[in-house]
Design a protein around this ligand. Structure first.
Ligand SMILES: [Fe+2]
Length: 249
């Protein structure tokens, strides 16, 4: 099957179907981009994998996206999902290493977040969002593949989730599938190959899965870098008081 070409990301598609796939209108070239993408080299091993057939490095941070467009980093890197949402890693508080200062202050990150927030606000109505920023590198070696999502088909317990490809290096696999909740067959299947190709989906009406990655060259390690942004409605802005300390440009 031919790979679907990334089209325009569309808020009306997000409303009607629960997902949209396309390429962000953010340049993935130049010095800003190279610095941002190379910050994936600074990720650290996920300490919570246990026996999962997965190797991944990651960092995590949170950003408050105000309805007026202001972006403010939030303190704290703890992350919790219930077992009902995440059968592999739920019911435990995971505390991840924070985003590097270089990644957090990158103008690329601010541009990416702003475009995501604009789309979601167009679909969901303008509001404040607490964003979870997950920078993840899934690694495979010649002897063993690696599952990006050992929990299998799932939703993550957020309002929306944006899955961006940052880079692929010598790997095959990593095919994303989107399912309408409760339906057996996927609505959409795609293997993202272009930097800043993104799947933006409603996490309340859709589930997603991703296939394992394997090395394309048996003599070399391989990896797949993604940026996952989760959207959580801020119900009471007073909850955010004192948790931010500056704005992103
Ligand atoms: Fe997920």
């Amino acid at each position: 099957m031919d790979k679907p070409k990334p089209g325009d990301l569309r808020a009306d598609a997000l409303i009607e179907h629960g997902w949209t796939h396309g390429r962000l209108r953010v340049a993935a070239e130049g010095d800003d981009w190279r610095r941002f993408a190379s910050s994936w080299n600074e990720l650290v091993p996920d300490a919570y994998l246990g026996p999962a057939r997965c190797r991944r490095n990651r960092r995590y941070g949170r950003v408050l996206a105000h309805r007026d467009g202001t972006l403010e980093p939030l303190d704290g890197t703890e992350f919790f999902q219930s077992k009902a949402v995440n059968r592999a890693f739920g019911d435990q508080l995971r505390v991840f290493e924070p985003l590097t200062e270089e990644a957090l202050s990158s103008p690329q990150l601010a541009r990416i977040l702003r475009e995501n927030v604009a789309l979601v606000n167009e679909a969901a109505g303008k509001q404040d969002w607490e964003l979870g920023i997950h920078c993840i590198r899934v690694l495979a070696d010649p002897h063993e593949g690696s599952e990006p999502a050992p929990e299998g088909r799932h939703s993550d317990g957020h309002a929306y989730v944006a899955i961006h490809l940052i880079d692929r290096h010598q790997c095959v696999g990593g095919q994303n599938q989107l399912f309408r909740r409760g339906e057996p067959d996927p609505q959409y299947t795609v293997t993202m190959t272009e930097p800043l190709e993104v799947l933006l989906l409603s996490d309340t009406s859709m589930e997603h899965a991703v296939s394992e990655i394997r090395t394309a060259d048996p003599s070399a390690p391989s990896w797949r870098d993604t940026l996952i942004v989760d959207f959580n409605a801020v119900l009471d802005p007073a909850d955010m008081a004192g948790r931010t300390h500056r704005s992103l440009q």
